[in-house]
Design a protein around this ligand. Structure first.
Ligand code: BGC
Length: 392
């Protein structure tokens, strides 16, 4: 990659600089989107190059949709639909085995990420994560509602995801961070609830499946509230006493827990108190990945939750922190090492995978999403994509 130009003028108003970063981020994501619709997680990072995740991609598409990049988001959802359609027989087997009381093992579940052209790829990964299959359904329904689009285009994918989630959501699986597969994770449940509720209201499901989707969402929500709450706040996994910054997303943008409810407010406070240091948000306290740094995309998730609770000024501070991680090249990283939870563990990851993933498209998209939410970026003011050479 060569150097893009996103010079920040020293006299520029901070919000104007953030608006420009957000607009450039939309252009960057458009430029890096694969012709088939997939969003690369990070174009050059050793362990991610060549793959697109449902989780990252769903949030990226949501950011693009909110910014008015309608076609880009739609094409990602087309890609999701194709990934599901190509695996409809696998889904049918998973659903049938579950119904027969003989569930298939984790290795037979759908993958977490796919190559751009739709293969599982040859590299081992921490597969079996259900969250992305809920998140993309939530995102595509939100996209259609936001822009008045016909959901028929994505109906098959929504149906297949609904069947898949109904058969698998109770199972322990890897979390957002591809760790701790022995647990049922509260943010994963939040994605499942958001996806099933969106599917149920999408009007593309036949009434019996829509009713089952609603029933599944209600059961998942009940479990989340019964076993996924500690001391009045959302917990990292069922039975845990800890928090994880991914819980902010359950409040916003997913909207599964009302930001202004006692549970929403206590969860925002708990994540903030445990994991935010000067606006930079850690994933969770025991994180050792690259030494456990601060993730701009999580500052934005927490910012969205604060915004939903009416705390606009604080949300803006979090956005400023996230935007401040931009490199001289105009790229947002996955994490920064300014405050490390486990500094002694950083080098082993540098040796294993190289420099932290930069640019990470999910980081760019979350800055876009929060900038739109706070009115820093006007969706209609998004600039047309620039010459690719000016960006990468
Ligand atoms: C993160 C995942 C993410 C993936 C691709 C991993 O390091 O833990 O949440 O989906 O990178 O960005």
């Amino acid at each position: 990659m060569t150097t893009p130009a996103t010079p920040v003028h020293p006299d520029e108003h901070p919000e104007a600089a953030i608006a420009r970063l957000a607009a450039d981020s939309v252009a960057l994501i458009e430029r890096l989107q694969h012709a088939g619709g997939a969003y690369p997680a990070s174009p050059t990072f050793s362990a991610y190059a060549g793959y697109s995740w449902f989780r990252d991609g769903a949030f990226i598409a949501d950011g693009m949709s909110a910014a008015g990049a309608i076609d880009s988001a739609s094409r990602f959802f087309d890609w999701c639909g194709r990934m599901l359609l190509q695996r409809r027989d696998t889904i049918a087997e998973i659903v049938a085995a579950e119904a027969a009381g003989t569930p298939l093992p984790d290795e037979r579940m759908l993958a977490t990420r796919f190559t751009f052209d739709g293969a599982e790829g040859d590299d081992d990964w921490w597969d079996f994560q259900t969250d992305g299959y809920g998140t993309w359904v939530w995102a595509v329904v939100a996209h259609a509602e936001r822009h008045g689009l016909d959901l028929d285009r994505w109906a098959t994918g929504i149906r297949l995801s609904t069947e898949y989630l109904l058969a698998t959501w109770r199972r322990p699986c890897y979390d957002w961070w591809e760790e701790h597969s022995q647990h049922v994770h509260v943010s994963t449940l939040g994605c499942v609830v958001a996806g099933l509720e969106a599917a149920a209201r999408s009007r593309v499901l036949e009434p019996p499946l829509a009713a089952r989707a609603l029933g599944g969402a209600a059961a998942a929500r009940t479990l989340l509230l019964a076993e996924g709450v500690h001391d009045g706040h959302l917990a990292k996994w069922l039975g845990s006493t800890e928090v994880d910054a991914s819980l902010a997303a359950v409040i916003a943008p997913l909207g599964v827990v009302d930001a202004r409810s006692p549970l929403g407010l206590a969860s925002i406070r708990a994540v903030e108190a445990a994991l935010s240091v000067g606006g930079g948000v850690h994933r969770y306290l025991a994180d050792t990945f690259y030494g456990g740094g601060q993730w701009p995309l999580l500052s934005c998730m927490l910012g969205l939750a604060h915004a939903a609770a009416g705390h606009r000024a604080h949300a803006l501070e979090l956005l400023r922190w996230a935007a401040g991680t931009v490199t001289a090249e105009g790229w947002l990283p996955e994490q920064v090492p300014d405050h490390l939870l486990a500094p002694e563990r950083r080098q082993e990851w540098l040796d294993r995978w190289g420099t932290v993933a930069t640019p990470l498209l999910w980081s760019h998209a979350m800055v876009v999403r929060l900038a739109v939410e706070l009115g820093v970026l006007e969706p209609l003011s998004v600039l047309p994509a620039r010459d690719p050479k000016a960006i990468l």
